[in-house]
Design a protein around this ligand. Structure first.
Ligand SMILES: Cc1cc2nc3c(=O)[nH]c(=O)nc-3n(C[C@H](O)[C@H](O)[C@H](O)COP(=O)(O)O)c2cc1C
Length: 168
């Protein structure tokens, strides 16, 4: 797909199903993400493919983060919330581990670089024919969720990118 066509036809998927990207395709997507412009070449982004135990821990913590915002959620709704996330064929989280020590690059520029990486990944996944949903929500701001990915409380989650075959 030509770049302008990819940009023009990109939109968020409403529902995703299997199959998601293969391991080889995920590798290509991560490579595309890491080609983002980056002031100071500090690569502040963290590109995390959620798998196995990390995915379990992340989805459990994300559901709890939602309940913290909506305390009336029942146990059933909590489980439903977790299931919803578990149904996505693939999830890549784009974080920003802000370098506040050696680097003089302002935090906002590091976060913007991570956002550019997220958009690269979105367009690349679209180019491969996959549907994408870029989400954040309460989970993205929750220290317990961040810690399941090895991020610190003052690091950022800029995208929880759901990938799969588009149903709508
Ligand atoms: C940083 C960021 C966070 C977002 N978080 C959410 C979210 O949590 N839930 C959601 O439904 N849409 C979220 N969106 C918006 C959608 O991903 C989508 O871009 C928007 O609804 C516009 O639709 P389109 O992508 O089809 O143009 C977010 C977008 C960005 C850039």
């Amino acid at each position: 797909m030509e770049l302008f066509a990819a940009i023009d036809t990109r939109s968020s998927a409403g529902r995703l199903t299997d199959p998601g990207p293969s391991a080889e395709q995920l590798g290509r997507l991560l490579h595309a993400a890491a080609r983002a412009p980056d002031h100071g070449r500090i690569k502040p982004w963290r590109l995390i493919v959620l798998k196995d135990a990390v995915r379990e821990a992340f989805t459990a913590a994300a559901a709890l983060a939602k309940r913290a915002r909506l305390p009336d959620m029942t146990a059933e709704q909590l489980a439903g919330e977790r299931d919803k996330m578990n149904r996505s064929p693939a999830i890549v989280v784009i974080g920003c581990a802000v370098n506040r020590g050696q680097s003089k690059v302002p935090e906002i520029e590091q976060v913007v670089a991570a956002g550019a990486a997220a958009q690269n990944l979105f367009l690349a996944a679209h180019d491969l024919g996959y549907g994408v949903m870029w989400k954040t929500g309460a989970a993205a701001y929750d220290p317990a969720v961040k810690s399941t990915l090895g991020l610190k409380p003052d690091d950022h989650i800029v995208a929880i990118m759901h990938l799969g075959t588009r149903l709508k």
